[in-house]
Design a protein around this ligand. Structure first.
Ligand code: ARG
Length: 285
């Protein structure tokens, strides 16, 4: 009889925490304009396939024991499926999104009204920001992206609204235009919360800041980032990722996480992946 080898002591047992997410069914999904280098409006999209792939993400979350709420999709807002951009929530507070490009601007109030109805204390943003696309909670700190979409003035505004430290990071590669395309948060809570990131997506100062704060981070290469592999959702144990991100998958296994690979190729054509389709709802303190 064979016995399972004991886990090496460096691989610790990871604990899954059930999470609460907001999603938006891609009923009106298409690529109708170009606001990031992934988007090619001249190439036709397949909305049925997008719906099917989105459903597999939704069902994966349910299977992992997470709670999902849905916002009604609005015709004429094809990017609304990327719910991560709809705002940022913490301790029952919702800080609203204020989009950079006119094509997405009506999404700000649409998500804002949803937060209001859901009972969040809504703080309407004055500064331009694209929600959880550029704001990532890691432990007690919020990492905040700028360079393409979110204005650094909103970093200060968010810090005032939620009373947390907000660390500004500058993105320099147009393919990785939102922070959630360049950083994956692996541990949603805890003092030793860790990340994975693509070093080449950041300017020197930001890269140094990340090295200093997360000496044990997983450094991911372009082979994985090119599928938006970092655009992932972790519950502390299970990490939902793009199935093509094989190097990242192996690094996760080595650290004791359980990767769950999915194909969201149709949604990738809008420039979004797993995390883009998912907004975390942090309801109570
Ligand atoms: N087409 C969308 C845009 O360019 C994609 C958004 C992806 N969202 C994200 N959280 N990275 O705004």
């Amino acid at each position: 009889m064979s016995q399972a080898a004991p886990a090496p002591s460096s691989v610790r047992e990871r604990e899954a925490l059930s999470r609460h997410y907001l999603m938006c069914r891609p009923e009106h999904y298409t690529v109708a304009y170009r606001i990031n280098p992934w988007m090619h409006p001249q190439v036709p999209t397949d909305t049925a396939l997008a719906l099917e792939q989105w459903q597999s993400l939704h069902d994966t979350y349910l299977r992992l024991g997470h709670t999902i709420e849905l916002i009604e999709p609005i015709a004429g807002l094809p990017d609304m499926v990327y719910a991560a951009n709809g705002g940022f929530t913490l301790d029952g507070i919702a800080y609203t999104a204020r989009f950079t490009y006119p094509e997405r601007q009506p999404e700000g109030p649409a998500y804002g009204e949803w937060f209001e109805r859901r009972g969040f204390a809504v703080h309407e943003a004055r500064e331009v920001n694209e929600g959880e696309g550029d704001f990532l909670l890691v432990g007690d700190v919020i990492l905040a992206g700028t360079g393409f979409r979110t204005d650094p003035a909103s970093h200060a505004e968010l810090s005032r609204v939620v009373g947390r430290e907000v660390v500004t990071l500058r993105l320099v590669d147009p393919r990785f235009y939102h922070l959630d395309t360049a950083i994956a948060v692996l541990d949603p809570t805890g003092d030793d919360a860790n990340i994975a990131y693509l070093p080449g997506a950041f300017d020197d100062a930001s890269r140094q800041e990340l090295q200093r704060r997360y000496p044990d981070a997983i450094e991911v290469g372009e082979d994985d980032a090119q599928w938006l592999g970092l655009n992932s959702i972790s519950d502390g144990r299970n990490v939902v990722i793009a199935e093509k991100a094989k190097g990242f998958e192996a690094a996760l296994v080595e650290r004791g996480y359980t990767p769950v690979g999915l194909d969201l190729s149709e949604l990738l054509r809008g420039g979004g992946g797993v995390k883009c389709c998912t907004l975390e709802l942090r309801i109570a303190r």
